[in-house]
Every structure is written in structure tokens, then in C-alpha cells.
Design a protein around this ligand. Structure first.
Ligand code: PRX
Length: 629
């Protein structure tokens, strides 16, 4: 079996105003791509020189399949590029972060202000015994301190592992233990839909089985301030107050780890994706600047939480390395009403807006009248990430948010890639439904199982053929799992997505090829949800699949067999949903639970989710020769 199949392709295209091309950082995609292909090392060398390095590299890259090193022996610190580089320039008093809370509260930090906060907190972490190479877990709401905490870790060479505030205690504990984090940074609460999410309480529950954690830093937001446990907890503000103001950036080797970020795997526990300092800095700086075409006066809003890779690369490191003004907003896109984002765009003069298709589809549902109430004329570039931007959502976004004037950059990439890999560069023709072409800097293909390119119009596996600077370096403490990325299809990095190219080389992403489900842009592993279900007393076995959903892209459907003597009585489904929510958090809760007598399995006992999915959707299940009787 080659794994390929025929796909019918859309033909529509939009051409942006030629002025975009004329002024873009990459004014001619084709030429830039050719320049890259002629001499990839020279291409990346030139970009890396736009950043500040403490010591030069000997070689741009060293590729020893499947291990890459970039900017070999180069010395740097990413925070020097995000902060020091700007405070010694005219950007010193430029807003770096503009934060809005759910109730409309605003906080602004200039580059100088952010620099000072980061240095104080970095010294605070040092006073807790955190040093280079130590792991620090950050479990915070979307507040400026979350960004400060990440940068403070990077400043002193500590490796951060940010865990999204929507995760529950078991998911948090697993991540803390896998990384062996010494310190946890959290907050008493986050705010969501007018309610306080008790992060510290959830963290406390996680901490009952995380022996590695020595200290917990708590940002206290609520009034009256919660009492802290003096044996283990430290107040965020006290720690900063008592810390020395200056903290020079630690000298990091380009290949030293910068952070670990967990992502769902197709089997077993989530994987700790490891990113390194130098290549990641160069890759995110370059793609932020060129793919969004960030100019000095732009106001940049990426709606992702820094708990996901999109937040790491395009809320924190990329845009700050470029030196732009970054908007961060705590809350949800439809609270207090579905116009809240457009109100913010108008109010803050946002010029570049980057969000997920699931949000766009939600806005479409609420109706055109919401964006129509606001002046969105400051917008000049729109971005999308996380799942396929279907043509209907593209059209709506393009017309109702972008006024038919703004290029839409649909960016395909992953936690593992660290940076954008495919998009339609500003100024190029956009094709609804297609993410676009590989950025200058990436070599991408659609292939069969053997790695042979498939012709246009034929679906296959999306692969990356050459290493790129911001690529993952390994899976934390699980190098074997890392190697499978490069060993599944000969000679290529396998993304795990299905895709198709058209005659012009535009790539359409068709979805995951494996047991991952993208729910509202969040990557959920079937294995994690299944094991949460099975940990409930009533459940014998569980299998979960993604079921297409007009709003969320996919929702989770669980098939459950119950233990002998248990019947699916009243309220069991609600009880199981609560159980999953409590363990993994709201993102992983099944929308539907069906009770079955048995699950389809292979003769070797592996659950065949593919068969369940085919049955659910009424489609052909493909090869079922391994299905047990
Ligand atoms: O299936 C692809 C989908 O999201 C997966 C990566 O998820 P994660 O590591 O959580 O990172 C999400 C944000 C970068 C991919 O394997 N995906 C991401 N961007 C797109 C996409 N699918 C289609 N179009 C995109 N633009």
C-alpha cells in the first residue's frame, strides 16, 4: 500500500494589492526560495547575523541524520535579542506588551519595563536556587507575568516547560514529573467567562505526586490575597521586590535547550518536545518578521495562549525578537459578547491579527453584524493557524474581518517544527483551502509511504526533507521517540499530516494521518483520553476518535465498554465527562460517549480506531484484514 489517494482541488484565487509585495520583507517569493535553495547555509547565515550573538558560529549547520546542530558553537541568549537589543535603541519606550483583562483592565509594559521585570524575576529565580539547565514549570493564566516568567527562565538558562492553564491536575503532574521541574510558577487564579479558575488549587492537587518540586512561586491576583504555605510557597511580588535589579543574560550555546513543550503523541504519554536556543531564535525571528511582514509601527495580536507552541513562537519569542508591540488578552473570544475581539482591534489599533480557524468559524456563526459594529480599518494582515482553514472560513475572514484588503497568511507548522513551515507569503496569490507553499528556508514534499513524491492532485504524507533551524532536537528523555519522526518515511521528517499539492505547488493540508485529534485547534492524543476514561471504575476499555464538527473542526467521540455488572445508567456519561475534565482539563472532554459491548481490535489486540471512525462516518474502513473475528 502506498497510502496515496485522489483529491479534487479548488481553483479560486485572490491577488492582494501589489503594494503589499512592493514593501514586503520578502518582496519576491520565488526569488527568495531560489536563493535559499542555491545555498541554504548562506541564506540562514545572513538571517542569523541580524540577531546579536556573544560569540560566532563555526558552521551554520551540522546534519548527522537524524540529528541537527545549528550555528555550531555560536553563543547567544534569546532574551538579549528580545530585550537588551531594543532597550539600547529607539524602541526603549515602545510598548512591548499591552495586556487586556476580561473586565477591560489594561496593563502596558514598554521594552524597558519588560526588561526590568524580567531581570528582577530572573534574579528571584536564582535566589530559589534555579540555575542553567534546571527545569521550571509555568502554569499560569495569560497575564504579563506569564511572559516575564518564560523570559526570566531563558535569561538564566533555565529550561521552561509551560503547561496551558486549561489542563487538569493529572496532565500537569505528568508534565512536571517528566521534566523533573524544580520550581513551579503559578497564580492563585485565572479568569475565564467572569469566573475564577483556581489554578493554585489545581496545582496543589498535582503537587501531591510531584516530589521533584522544591518551591512554588504564586502570583496573587485575587483580593483578599490568599495565604501561602511558608514551607513551600513564595509570593511572586515579594520575590521580585527582594531581588537585585540587574541580571545580565547568561551565555548560552546555540544548542543548549531553551524549553520543553509537551504535545500529544499518537501513543502513550505526551512528548516533551525540546527546542534549543540559537536555531529557534533565528527561525522564529525570521518567520515572525517575514511571514507577517511586521513593520516598526505594527501592533501585533496573536490570540494563542503561551501554553501552546503558537504562543511560544508568535506571542513571545518571535515578535519580541522583531521588536513589535504585542497584544495579549486574557479570556475567551465571545465573552462578555462576540464582539469583544473586534472591539479590542479597534481600541488598540491592531494591525496584524493571528488566530485559529475554530475561532473564525465561531465568529461566522455569531453573524456578520458583530465585526460590522467596529472599525477594523487598522488591520493589514490576517493570520490563521492550528488546523485547515476551510474555504468558507477563509472567505468570511477575508471579507468580514479583512475588508477584502488584508492578505490572509494560513500558516502550517507544529510544536515540533517550532516555526512556520508552509504559508502564502504576503503579496503572493492566495488560494482558499490551501495553506500555501514552503517558506524560503523549508523543503517540503507530499510523498507515498516510501518517500516518493506523488503527483499533483494525489494525496499523501506531508514531509520535510531537510533540517531547519527551529526543529525539535529531541523528545525529552525519549530519544527513540524522536528518531521515529525521521525514520518512518526514508530520509524525511514525517509530520503525521496528510496533504495534497496542486500543479503550482500550493499545499492543502487534509488533516492528521495518525491517532491525534485536533479539537478547536488543540492537539489531543487518543491515548491520553482513553487512559483517563479507563481510570474510572465503571470503564473496562475505551477508544476515542475525532468526529468532524462544523465549529471545532473535530470533536471527541468515545466508545466505551463497561465493567461486568455496570450498566450505563442515568448520568454515567456526565460522570465520565466530569472525570476526564478533572484529570486532563476541559480541552479533552468527549462530546459524545457511546457504550458498546466490545471494541474492534487487531488480532494482536490493538484497538482499530479507524474501523470505529469509518462506521461512525459511514465510509469505507480500508484494509481490515487484521481485524480479529
Ligand atoms: O495537523 C496539523 C495542524 O496542527 C498540527 C500541529 O499541532 P500543534 O503541534 O499543536 O501545533 C499547532 C500550532 C502550530 C499539525 O500537524 N495544523 C497546524 N497548522 C495548520 C494545521 N493544519 C492545517 N493548516 C494549518 N495551517
Amino acid at each position: 500500500m502506498t497510502g496515496t489517494f485522489a483529491v479534487k482541488l479548488e481553483e479560486k484565487r485572490y491577488l492582494p494589492d501589489p503594494r503589499f509585495k512592493a514593501t514586503a520583507w520578502t518582496p519576491d517569493y520565488t526569488r527568495a526560495y531560489q536563493e535559499f535553495m542555491r545555498d541554504p547555509d548562506a541564506f540562514w547565515d545572513r538571517i542569523a547575523r541580524e540577531l546579536v550573538w556573544f560569540g560566532p558560529w563555526d558552521r551554520v549547520r551540522e546534519w548527522n541524520h537524524p540529528y541537527a546542530k545549528w550555528f555550531v558553537n555560536g553563543k547567544m541568549n534569546i532574551t538579549y535579542n528580545c530585550l537588551d537589543r531594543h532597550v539600547t535603541s529607539e524602541r526603549k519606550d515602545k510598548p512591548a506588551l499591552v495586556w487586556r483583562g476580561e473586565g477591560g483592565e489594561e496593563r502596558r509594559l514598554t521594552y524597558d519595563g519588560l526588561y526590568r521585570e524580567v531581570m528582577r524575576f530572573a534574579n528571584g529565580l536564582k535566589s530559589l536556587g534555579v540555575g542553567k539547565g534546571d527545569r521550571v514549570c509555568i502554569y499560569m493564566p495569560l497575564v504579563p507575568e506569564q511572559v516575564v516568567a518564560m523570559l526570566a527562565c531563558a535569561r538564566i538558562g533555565a529550561v521552561h516547560s509551560v503547561v496551558f492553564g486549561g489542563f487538569g491536575p493529572d496532565a500537569l503532574a505528568m508534565r512536571i514529573n517528566d521534566a523533573e521541574a524544580k520550581v513551579l510558577i503559578t497564580a492563585d487564579v485565572g479568569y475565564r467567562r467572569g469566573k475564577a479558575v483556581p489554578l493554585r488549587e489545581i496545582a496543589k492537587e498535582a503537587l501531591t505526586h510531584t516530589p521533584c518540586v522544591e518551591k512554588v512561586v504564586v502570583l496573587r491576583r485575587g483580593t483578599p490575597a490568599v495565604d501561602l504555605d511558608p514551607a513551600r510557597e513564595v509570593d511572586y511580588a515579594d520575590l521580585c521586590r527582594e531581588a537585585a535589579p540587574d541580571c545580565p543574560a547568561e551565555t548560552m550555546d546555540a544548542e543548549d535547550p531553551l524549553f520543553i513543550l509537551y504535545t500529544s503523541g499518537s501513543t502513550g504519554a505526551p512528548k516533551g518536545i525540546v527546542h534549543s536556543c540559537g536555531g529557534y531564535a533565528v527561525g522564529t525571528y525570521y518567520t515572525a518578521r517575514h511571514d507577517f511582514d511586521i513593520k516598526e509601527t505594527d501592533v501585533f495580536w496573536c490570540t494563542a495562549d503561551p501554553g501552546w507552541i503558537t504562543g511560544h513562537s508568535y506571542v513571545v519569542y518571535g515578535p519580541l525578537a522583531v521588536g513589535t508591540t504585542v497584544v495579549i488578552v486574557e479570556g475567551t473570544p465571545d465573552y462578555p459578547d462576540p464582539g469583544v475581539y473586534w472591539h479590542l482591534v479597534q481600541d488598540l489599533g491592531v494591525t496584524i491579527f493571528y488566530t485559529a480557524p475554530t475561532a473564525i468559524r465561531m465568529f461566522m456563526r455569531y453573524g456578520d453584524e458583530w465585526p460590522a459594529k467596529y472599525d477594523l480599518s487598522t488591520l493589514r494582515v490576517l493570520g490563521s493557524v492550528g488546523e485547515p482553514l476551510n474555504p468558507e472560513a477563509f472567505e468570511w475572514y477575508y471579507h468580514h474581518i479583512g475588508g477584502g484588503r488584508c492578505p490572509v497568511v494560513d500558516t502550517w507548522w507544529q510544536t515540533e517544527t517550532g516555526m512556520h513551515i508552509i504559508t502564502t507569503m504576503i503579496g503572493e496569490a492566495m488560494k482558499p483551502g490551501f495553506a500555501g507553499k514552503p517558506i524560503p528556508g523549508a523543503v517540503v514534499d507530499v510523498v507515498d509511504r516510501q518517500g516518493n513524491p506523488v503527483p499533483p492532485g494525489t494525496g499523501g504524507f506531508l514531509v520535510i526533507r531537510e533540517p531547519w533551524p527551529a526543529m525539535l532536537r529531541t523528545v525529552y528523555r525519549n530519544d527513540e521517540r524522536y528518531r521515529t519522526y525521521w525514520e518512518t518515511i526514508p530520509g524525511c521528517y514525517t509530520a503525521g499530516d496528510l496533504a495534497v499539492k496542486d500543479k503550482e505547488g500550493y499545499i492543502m493540508i487534509l488533516g492528521r494521518a495518525d491517532d491525534l485529534i485536533i479539537v478547536a485547534g488543540h492537539n489531543i492524543g487518543t491515548a491520553e483520553v482513553e487512559s483517563a476514561l479507563v481510570s474510572h471504575d465503571a470503564v473496562a476499555e475505551a477508544a476515542v476518535i475525532g468526529k468532524p464538527d462544523p465549529l471545532k473542526g473535530n470533536v471527541i467521540k468515545a466508545f466505551v465498554t463497561l465493567r461486568v455488572g455496570v450498566s450505563p445508567g442515568d448520568g454515567l456519561s456526565a460522570e465520565l465527562a466530569r472525570h476526564v475534565r478533572k484529570s486532563l482539563g476541559p480541552v479533552a472532554v468527549p462530546a459524545e460517549i457511546e457504550y458498546v459491548d466490545r471494541l474492534p481490535k487487531t488480532r494482536s489486540g490493538k484497538i482499530m480506531r479507524r474501523v470505529l471512525k469509518a462506521r461512525e462516518l459511514g465510509i469505507d474502513p480500508g484494509d481490515i484484514s487484521t481485524l480479529e473475528e
